[in-house]
Unconditional design. Structure first.
Length: 251
């Protein structure tokens, strides 16, 4: 089971920690409600106690509150934050478009570069989507890629530039990185580090009927990532906007 943490305002008679099973879009979660405190030490102890209770109930990953700063306490309990890596890679092509639009750059004629340590299924899907949307797509891999180039040309009639130079990568309007690249400046107008969960996601929204089911105050990216991986959300139900996130993909 996946857990999620929420804050509660102090109230007479309210327990400092309360656990309760909840269903979000038909998926079962274990919610830990923690009463706020102006004293950091007290709040830290409450988070630690809540984490221990969640772990005792079989929870291993949790959706955190927004701007949460007590990850260390949860790690002591064997809990890890819900990963957003798969969601980031799933949204990469749309994220590029949103970032270019936010920067006032043309979308279809933009040069989009992708670098990856290996040609995984996620990388193939992203490159394919980008090729269908942008005129110039560059792919940098340590090896392979020739078959993908042939496949894209055969099935869609699009071309892919394989093995671009460093200057070409840094000159692209959008750069998508599946793995770290210490040799690149990452000063492209749009630079998406799909391996880095610290990079702010763009604002993500759902259809109104689904939005109503989401709890308030939790990390939206983590929650949507968990729901999508569990099959409760489809990719096409997640829309990228320009709300509270950073659509440009900047730090």
């Amino acid at each position: 089971m996946v857990g999620y943490l929420t804050w509660a305002e102090p109230q007479k008679g309210r327990r400092s920690i309360r656990l309760e099973e909840r269903h979000i879009l038909r998926m079962r979660f274990l919610q830990a409600e923690i009463v706020k405190s102006p004293h950091g030490a007290i709040l830290s102890r409450r988070v630690l106690a809540a984490g221990k209770r969640l772990r005792k109930r079989g929870v291993t990953q949790v959706v955190l509150p927004e701007a949460f700063s007590f990850q260390e306490q949860l790690a002591k309990c064997g809990l890890r934050p819900a990963s957003t890596l798969s969601l980031r890679r799933c949204l990469a092509a749309d994220w590029v478009r949103t970032g270019l639009t936010a920067k006032g750059r043309p979308v279809s004629g933009a040069r989009v570069a992708v670098t990856a340590g290996a040609l995984t299924g996620e990388a193939v899907r992203t490159v394919t989507e980008l090729c269908l949307r942008h005129r110039y797509v560059l792919l940098d891999l340590p090896y392979g890629g020739e078959e993908l180039c042939r496949q894209l040309r055969r099935e869609y009639g699009v071309s892919l530039l394989l093995g671009p130079s460093k200057d070409q990568l840094e000159g692209a309007e959008a750069l998508v990185l599946f793995d770290p690249r210490t040799d690149l400046s990452l000063k492209n107008p749009v630079a998406l580090r799909l391996y880095d969960e610290k990079q702010a996601l763009p604002f993500l929204s759902l259809p109104p009927s689904l939005e109503e089911a989401l709890p308030k105050g939790v990390d939206r990216g983590q929650l949507l990532a968990v729901l999508r991986e569990a099959g409760m959300l489809k990719r096409e139900q997640i829309a990228l906007g320009t709300g509270n996130g950073s659509p440009e993909g900047e730090t």
